[in-house]
Design a protein around this ligand. Structure first.
Ligand code: NAD
Length: 729
């Protein structure tokens, strides 16, 4: 079985069907592309063929290029990539010209695309090279060019064709943000031509009736002018100047793909179409050779998918959750109830008072109402979702639950109480999970009669938006509980990482030192503006001071007090606490009371830094270099990730990288902390750590593992990239 098949009908229409064997979604491989090419040649050479329809044998058209192939292409180096991309251009250009006389533009064979469903990446670039695109009226289908999301850009003509079709300004959200549309919206935007019941039938009818003029793309016709204006047109000039500033503002210059895309568009707009394709190929090659795109594809696509498919799931029977009991209907419990019911799981939502349980359920009503007002859901879907949630105070309702997720107050006594109450009712083989963010799982498991069925499932807030879930194994947690947690996370369509039980698990362990380093610098007299901008220029979504404002300063105080109590003399963060406790004492609790490191207006909009901060911690006359501030902020997080791996808290660097990006927005361009270290090189990382240790103390000491990689000249992915643990279990 091959990726494409060719069939010539009695009507003279050759149908080329894309149907990659053994996959639910078509993805393009180099072999597939070569086969497609040979079928196009066949159709163009055969006098019996009047026209061609390219379609799919699956419910969708295609998910894009096989990103594993892109990873392989890179191994051949820049020349091989460029040659490979130019070959693709040649084939797609052949489809576009369809055998017509390039002078008279006559005599070509009509070629149409018929898309039954989703068409992404090369799955849209191929249709864009045909003469007409028919999409099925399938509201679930997604159409677009999402390449930018994994650190590349549409490099098989999608960039050049879309811009020439709709103009740079209109194409911008589709190219720069990877915006996806359903077929009707794609038609309204001018990406597809028609939305019909039966796209293959419509495409066949169209090719049989098409005239020579129907085959000529605007950019191949005489007198073509780019919609919205080329760069030296007064209107076009505004677009390009604006786009450049906007992209830089959004990306802080750390995403090479966005910059390269803009360059390809700008330079391409100044030259004829075939030249523009060549320019696109050059920039695409440059982006593909950049280690950032390798790392982003690896973490955000290949490894994220591997984790979602259960790369680290113990080999035990299917543990799909049918009925989940959620204890505590507060902020977290309400969110967990919503995502569970949305996944079709029956939910029992328990709180101490009926009112509180009802309030927890009402959170789902609110989210569904919002979705309905945005036309993302229907009344029926809302009713169906709400019908799945039983809000009650009665623990007897937990009978038959195969999973419990506990989200009551962060208090070991309260948690122990509800554990015993639930276990008295639930089946003997049910799994009990706690959503604690700071208490050790093994300690909480002491309240359970079945510690091997006790586990941590740590959600992030807000639950409905955050993509990561941390699963924490206690000392006695068994494989079935791990599988149960992983199957649950798969059902609710989030990405799991599995870690061992240690203070703050993984994500919070890394993010707290980042916040602390920022606060520490305030105490030292480093300009808060410098601190925040240094973080943003690293590609962190929020500076440490804005982040602590968001998560709340009193929470920081609470965590600091608990950590100090647990660590005693060894507690290293007194300098941080001085600022933090003072802020809390001044009533500056963060965004929630509209007063933190920043000021906020009545509507909650963030303003400048609070003047009182500069009065208490005046900025030093001499400020550090930007690079030093950045090294401190980055190493504070990254070294913690390395230590977690070295100590066996983290068992797989892939989880460390994916978890960092999805959990706390760690510089996505880098692919995560381990990928960042690999890009930097272990030897350089050691140098930076040694400098920081000399200047700022032991918290920057190089972990032995990192020093060892530097000594042997290895990288994290070189040694551990296939999921090997650093520490034997
Ligand atoms: P919350 O205060 O909003 O909700 C707790 C709920 O538990 C309240 O509705 C309370 O009435 C209920 N409750 C207390 N005792 C109970 C009992 N005996 N029986 C039934 N219900 C009881 O707290 P939250 O922010 O939702 O946090 C809940 C848990 O999730 C905590 O362990 C917390 O550490 C953890 N967590 C919180 C976050 C976060 O960002 N807020 C993130 C991850 C994990």
């Amino acid at each position: 079985m091959a990726d494409f098949t060719y069939e010539l009908g009695a009507d003279g229409v050759a149908v080329i069907t894309w149907d990659v064997p053994g996959k639910s979604m078509n993805v393009m491989s180099l072999e597939g592309f070569a086969l497609l090419d040979s079928f196009i040649d066949q159709a163009l050479a055969d006098a019996a063929v009047k026209g061609v329809v390219i379609t799919s044998g699956k419910k969708d058209f295609a998910g894009g290029m096989d990103l594993n192939v892109i990873a392989q292409m890179r191994e051949g180096g820049a020349e091989a990539i460029f040659a490979g991309v130019m070959q693709m251009h040649k084939v797609l250009r052949k489809i576009e010209r369809a055998g017509m006389d390039p002078k008279t533009l006559k005599g070509g064979k009509p070629i149409a695309a018929a898309l039954p469903g989703t068409a992404l990446g090369i799955g849209l670039e191929l249709p864009l090279s045909t003469h007409r695109i028919f999409a099925a009226d399938n509201p679930k289908a997604k159409i677009g060019l999402p390449e930018i999301m994994v650190g590349i850009f549409p490099g098989a003509g999608g960039t050049t064709r879309l811009v020439r079709k709709m103009g740079a300004m209109v194409a911008a959200p589709f190219l720069l943000e990877g915006k996806l549309s359903d077929p009707k919206k794609a038609r309204a935007a001018g990406i597809v031509d028609e939305v019909v019941e039966d796209p293959v039938a419509a495409a066949k009818a169209w090719v049989l009736g098409a005239s020579d003029a129907d085959l000529v793309k605007p950019w191949d016709a005489k007198g073509y002018k780019m919609p919205g204006g080329a760069p030296y047109h007064p209107a076009g000039f505004m677009t390009f100047v604006g786009a450049s500033a906007m992209v830089h503002g959004k990306t802080m210059g750390v995403y090479p793909a966005a910059k390269a895309l803009l360059s390809a568009v700008y330079e391409g707009a100044l030259v004829p179409f075939d030249q523009a394709l060549k320019i696109e190929a050059r920039w695409f090659t440059k982006v593909l050779m950049n280690p950032s795109s390798t790392a982003m594809i690896r973490s955000l696509f290949i490894n994220k998918e591997a984790l979602e498919k259960g790369a680290n799931r113990p080999a035990v029977a299917d543990q799909t959750v049918k009925k989940v009991g959620i204890l505590g209907a507060g902020m977290m419990g309400a969110g967990i109830a919503y995502v569970s019911a949305k996944a079709g799981i029956e939910v029992v939502l328990i709180d101490a008072a009926q009112e509180a349980a009802d309030r927890g359920k009402a959170y789902s009503t609110g989210l569904m109402d919002k979705a309905i007002s945005r036309k993302k859901a229907t009344e029926e879907q809302k009713e169906a979702l709400l019908a799945k949630i039983t809000a009650t105070t009665d623990y007897a309702a937990l009978a038959g639950c195969d999973l419990i997720v506990e989200a009551v107050f962060e208090d070991p006594t309260v948690k122990a109480g509800v554990t015993a109450q639930a276990e008295a009712v639930i089946p003997a083989d049910a799994v009990f999970a706690t959503n604690t963010s700071t208490l050790p799982i093994s300690m909480l498991a002491k309240a359970s009669a079945r510690p091997e069925q006790f586990i941590g499932i740590h959600f992030f807030s807000p639950v409905d938006k955050m993509l990561l879930v941390e699963i924490i194994k206690g000392e006695q947690t068994g494989p079935v509980a791990v599988a149960k947690a992983l199957d649950f996370v798969r059902q609710i369509k989030k990405t799991p990482i599995v870690v061992n039980d240690a203070r703050f698990f993984y994500a919070n362990r890394c993010i707290i030192p980042y916040i602390n380093e920022g606060i520490r610098m305030v105490a030292e007299g480093v300009s808060p503006t410098l601190i925040e901008n240094a973080a943003k220029l690293l590609g962190m979504p929020l500076g440490p001071l804005q982040l602590v404002d968001e998560t709340s300063i009193d929470l920081g105080v609470k965590i600091a007090k608990a950590t100090k109590a647990a660590m005693g003399e060894a507690y290293p963060d007194a300098a941080v606490d001085e600022v933090l406790f003072w802020m809390a004492g001044e009533g500056r609790l963060g965004r929630k009371n509209k007063a933190g490191f920043y000021t906020y207006d009545e509507a909650g909009k963030r303003g400048d830094f609070w003047e009182g901060l500069a009065a208490q911690y005046p900025e030093a006359a001499e400020q550090p270099e930007l690079a030093q501030v950045q090294h401190r902020l980055m190493m504070a997080q990254v070294l913690e990730a390395v230590r977690a791996f070295e100590q066996g808290v983290l068992e797989d660097i892939r989880e460390g990288d994916v978890g960092a990006i999805l959990g706390w927005g760690f510089a996505p361009w880098s692919g995560g902390p381990f990928s960042w270290l690999d890009i930097l090189g272990a030897a350089r990382a050691v140098e930076i750590c040694d400098d920081l240790t000399a200047g700022f103390g032991a918290r920057f000491e190089t972990p032995a593992l990192l020093r060892d990689l530097a000594a042997t000249g290895e990288s994290f992915y070189g040694r551990y990239g296939a999921g090997q643990a650093a520490k034997a279990a």
